[in-house]
Design a protein around this ligand. Sequence first.
Ligand code: BG6
Length: 462
Amino acid sequence: MAKEYQFPEGFWWGSATSATQMEGAANEGGKGKNIWDYWYETEPNRFFENIGPEQTSDFYHRYKDDIKLMSQIGHNTFRMSLSWSRLIPNGRGEVNEEAVTFYNNVIDELIANDIEPFVNLYHFDMPLNMQQEGGWESREVTDAYAEYAQICFRLFGDRVTKWFTFNEPIVPVEGGYLYDFHYPNVVDASRAAQVAYHTMIAHAKAVEAFRDCEIKDGKIGIILNLTPSYPRSQNPADLRASRIADLFFNRSFLDPAVLGEYPEELISILREHGQLPKTEAGDKELIQANTADILGVNYYQPRRVKAKEHLPNPYSPFMPDWFFDNYEMPGRKMNPYRGWEIYEKGIYDIMINLKDNYGNIESFISENGMGVQDENRFIENGEIQDDYRIEFIREHLKWLHKAIEEGCNAKGYHLWTFIDNWSWMNAYKNRYGFISMDVETKERKTKKSAYWFKKVSENNGF
Ligand code: BG6
C-alpha cells in the first residue's frame, strides 16, 4: 500500500530516557548520591505521592528484557544517559567498575538487538559532591565534568558513535536557580546566568575532549528543548516580548552550541540589569572552536507570549519574565491531563528555523510525547488504548515530514519515553511510555501506541 508519509532511508525510530528516571538501584552497584537522591532524602514531600528516585523502572536489573521489548516495538535507536554519580561516585577520581560493567552490558545488549545506542552524559543529575562544591556555579566542576566525559568516550567510544553532552541544559537553570523546581532551589538570576554559562563551558570542554579521542564516525552534540515563542500579535510590543523570551529560553544555548557565540542582544540585556556571568580569557575561543555536530530537539509545547501588562514589582528578584507575560491563546488545543498546549506545527517551525538560521545542522526529534494521568482508565481487553498518543505522534510526524520535504536535515524521531518512568518532582503522575509499568510490581505492559509505532518503523512511514 502506498504510504502518504515516507521517511528518508535509515530514519531513526526509537525513544529516549535518562539514568535517574529509568535505572533505579540508586543505592546499589557502588553508585554515589546525586542531587535527586539527596533532595528526596531531605524533602520527600516535594515529590508527587512522596515517590523518590530509589527504584524507578529498575532498568538496572531488567535491561535485558527491556531491550528485547524495544526491539519488538520497532526501535532501531535508543537514547539513554549515563549517570555521572554511578560511574564516578565522587564526581571526580575513582571510576566504579560495577558501573562500567553495567553500561558495557547495556550497550552490548542494545547493539546485539540492532538498536543503536545514543548516549547522553548529563540529564539533570549532578553528583552530590559536585553540587557541594558549587555545582555549575563552580568553574572546577566544569573540569571534573570534562574529565568524566573523556572517561566515557574512552570506555564506550569503541561502540557508541552518537554522543550528547547535555539534555535540556536550560532546565536545571530554570528549576534550580529561578523557579524552584530542582535542587538547590535558589532564586537568583545572576547565579542562574553563571550556571547557564558554565554549562556551556562544560559542553565546549567535553566537545574538545571528544575531538581528541578521535572516535571513528563519532558525532557529538547537545539536546535542547527548543520551544518556539509565538507572539500574541504582530504588535511591536508583543514581538519584542517574544524575541526576548526566545533569547532567554532558546538562543541562550542554541546560539553558542551551534553558531559558537552568544546573541549580542542577550548579552546587552544581562549587562543592563547587572546579571552578566563571570568569564575567563579564552572562553570565547573555546566556545567558538567546539560547536556541535548534531542537535537533539525536544519539543512538547509552544510558548505563547505577550507584552507585559504591568510593570514588574521593583522589589521582586530580576527574572526573564520581566520582559513578557505568558499568553493563553483562546481556542488552543490542550493535553488536558498534563495541562500543556498541543501545537504540532511547532515541530516544523523549529526545523525551518534550524535550516534558515543554524546552517541546517543535522538534527532529530530527541523527545516528543504526551503525558497522561491514570491511563488504566483506558484499558480494554487488558491493553491501554492510547489512541490519543497515536494521534499525537502521527500529527507531529506529519509536520516533521513536511519539514524534511522542504530540505530540513532531520534524521529521526524519538518518543519520550520507552516505559512510563519517574519524572522528577512529578514522579509517576504523568505517563509517557510506549510501555506501561505498575509502580509496585514493576510489571510491564505494551500499550496500543507501541504496536502502531512498530508498524511505522517497519514501513519507515505511514
Ligand atoms: C523533558 C525531560 O523535559 O520532559 C524529561 O527531558 C521529562 O526528563 C519529560 O521527564 C517530561 O516532563 P514532565 O514534567 O511531564 O514529567
